[in-house]
Unconditional design. Structure first.
Length: 184
């Protein structure tokens, strides 16, 4: 385990098993459809790759397509403010397409609320959200949300999640030691 990590919440095996269940949920709900998975950079990049492979391995009828957005939300290093700036927009048009927003974590829910409003204005055929993690009682956007795991109100890193751009490469999801974010 990394020295800066206090505790592992989810092992690589637990994550893989859950991602495969989420892929099954997508297969069930979008059977026969083309679905555009929109990964929110950078946090969701690891999940997007794993979801892509899990969907392929599920051998279903969903035809996944992939696009990405990059956003930055103003705020401190560990809290977002809900004021979101789009750094990279989608490459393509989403009108009349089934769109599934893929996020790393729902904390306050402010980032997602902004994104749901923004994408809904582009008139997709449907819009839903998949998040690997959610903290207690985030503001839920008024769309269907597929959730990987519920976690307590702790700051986690790994599996794409960072603190100051570090720890994204950890293969597990762990709680960052408080001394680490107190330090900088
Ligand atoms: P929200 O707008 O408060 O829901 O914050 C969402 C964004 O804040 C996520 O996409 C992450 O980039 C970041 N974030 C929130 N909680 C954590 C955490 O525990 N670890 C790492 N990043 C987090
Ligand atoms: Mg982040």
């Amino acid at each position: 385990m990394h020295d800066d990590v206090e505790k592992v919440l989810f092992t690589p095996e637990q994550i893989a098993a859950r991602v495969s269940e989420l892929a099954d949920d997508i297969e069930r709900d979008y059977a026969g459809e083309e679905v555009l998975l929109v990964g929110i950079l950078k946090g969701a990049f690891v999940l997007m790759a794993d979801l892509a492979r899990a969907l392929f391995l599920a051998e279903g009828t969903v035809r996944p397509r992939f696009d990405f957005m990059a956003v930055s939300s103003y705020g401190s290093a560990t809290r977002s403010s809900g004021v979101v700036r789009i750094l990279k927009d989608l490459d393509g048009d989403i009108a009349d397409r089934h769109v599934l927003l893929v996020e790393d974590i729902l904390d306050s829910g402010l980032t997602l609320q902004y994104l749901v409003r923004n994408l809904r204005a582009r008139k997709p055929a449907s819009l839903a959200v998949l998040t690997m993690l959610s903290k207690p009682e985030p503001m839920k956007p008024d769309v269907e949300v597929y959730e990987g795991f519920h976690i307590p109100d702790v700051f986690v890193v790994g599996y794409g999640l960072d603190y100051a751009q570090r720890y994204r490469d950890l293969p597990y999801i762990g709680v960052l030691r408080e001394e680490v974010y107190g330090r900088s």
